[in-house]
Ligand binder design. Structure first.
Ligand code: ADP
Ligand code: MG
Length: 159
């Protein structure tokens, strides 16, 4: 496992960070977005989608469970597993997404733990003292991610 950590100080920073990650993503990537309600998981995903060239505004898939965006450099599958807390065994065909041709981002991945591939990237967002500050921790699991060159992604520069 490889770990990186950085901080953002506004929602714009967090969006920019998502955007900055996007060029390093490949078909079949799985990103787990961890963190409390309202911490910035969807905000990060929105920036990432923009970076992939998706023009449609990313909205939380809480009620739809999965939203698909096909207009970018790679398809983006944005899942929110929150509602599966009460029905963890429900099979929504996750494999097809995880082994698919796009990037899959999952909010509340703890509710579909058994479905998630061992190799994945996990992003944890945590609130800090000040309202708009967030600590963002990236963990890479598996060669697929650990051996990838993420260029200047971790240099902390969000301009
Ligand atoms: P989640 O998907 O984790 O439930 P959202 O991304 O929908 O959270 O909402 C995050 C909220 O926190 C937004 O209202 C956003 O404006 C606010 N916010 C404040 N500071 C930050 C920050 N540094 N990063 C991300 N969001 C922030
Ligand atoms: Mg959300």
């Amino acid at each position: 496992m490889t770990e990186y950590q950085l901080q953002t100080h506004s929602y714009q920073d967090t969006e920019s960070l998502g955007k900055k990650l996007s060029p390093y993503l490949q078909a079949g990537d799985v990103i787990l977005m961890n963190g409390d309600l309202g911490v910035g998981k969807t905000t990060f995903t929105r920036g990432l989608a923009q970076g992939l060239g998706i023009k449609k505004n990313v909205k939380s898939p809480t009620f739809t469970l999965i939203r698909e965006y096909q207009e970018g450099r790679l398809p983006l599958y944005h899942m929110d597993a929150y509602r599966l807390e009460s029905s963890p065994d429900e099979d929504l065909g996750f494999d097809e997404y995880f082994n698919g041709d796009g990037v899959t981002i999952v909010e509340w991945p703890q509710f579909i733990k058994d479905e998630v591939p061992d190799a994945h990237m996990s992003i944890n967002i945590k609130r800090l003292e000040s309202d708009d500050d967030r600590q963002i921790t990236f963990k890479l699991y598996g060669d697929r991610y650990e051996k990838r060159d993420f260029g200047n992604f971790m240099d902390g520069d969000l301009k």
